[in-house]
Design a protein around this ligand. Structure first.
Ligand SMILES: CC(C)(COP(=O)(O)OP(=O)(O)OC[C@H]1O[C@@H](n2cnc3c(N)ncnc32)[C@H](O)[C@@H]1OP(=O)(O)O)[C@@H](O)C(=O)NCCC(=O)NCCS
Length: 177
């Protein structure tokens, strides 16, 4: 558990998830899915049962190359960031990064703080040597943050996302650590 401050001096707790957070994590993803179109899922599209979410938290907490960081204010989840990896010999060094902050807490520097936490965690887990992420090409705030953290653009996936009759390109970014 760690206390950090946003640019406007809000105190935020960063911590690992507990199995008892499962319901709130599901609710969080279903709400933020509707706040932004930049996530791979929309409002109420995070269809995971409480039991599956509890199992996922348990296995993340037992894993050496997966992690989840919750950011909370007054014990309410306001952001979640994750590193997800598989266990295969050829690919377990690759961590796929995900991050989402509730809209009202965006642009306060929390994204940078959470990215630095994830990157430090990857550097110290003894396994991860590459972090991958995908981001919509038209998401300048996220791209700016990732570049500031050292990520390089590695390619473009054309028409990867479809929203309301329009296709959007996705950028693949990577960081070798
Ligand atoms: C993307 C996200 C994680 C960034 O976190 P954040 O806390 O808002 O970002 P930060 O405040 O740490 O940093 C953002 C940086 O981008 C800059 N920025 C903001 N809007 C920008 C824009 N339109 N163009 C360029 N830079 C921009 C900010 O100035 C800031 O840089 P600075 O600290 O040097 O001033 C967060 O906004 C979020 O969750 N958004 C919704 C979901 C999402 O897009 N997730 C990522 C999916 S890949």
């Amino acid at each position: 558990m760690k206390m950090v401050s946003t640019k406007n001096n809000l105190s935020v707790v960063l911590r690992s998830p507990k199995e008892s957070d499962a319901k709130e994590i599901i609710e969080f993803y279903n709400i933020v899915g509707g706040e932004t179109t930049y996530l791979s899922f929309g409002a109420d599209e995070y269809k995971v049962s409480i039991e599956d979410q509890e199992n996922s938290i348990k296995s993340v907490n037992e894993s050496d190359n997966n992690t989840m960081i919750l950011a909370t204010i007054n014990d309410k989840i306001i952001a979640i960031s994750t590193i997800s990896s598989n266990q295969k010999k050829k690919g377990k060094h690759v961590g796929t990064l995900g991050i989402v902050i509730k809209e009202e807490y965006c642009n306060l520097g929390l994204g940078k703080i959470m990215m630095d936490e994830l990157i430090d965690w990857c550097k110290s887990n003894g396994i991860t040597s590459r972090i991958s992420l995908t981001v919509r090409k038209d998401n300048p705030r996220a791209i700016e943050l990732y570049k500031k953290c050292g990520f390089e653009v590695e390619g473009i996936l054309k028409n990867e996302t479809y929203i309301d009759g329009e296709f959007f390109d996705t950028m693949v970014m990577g960081l070798i650590i």
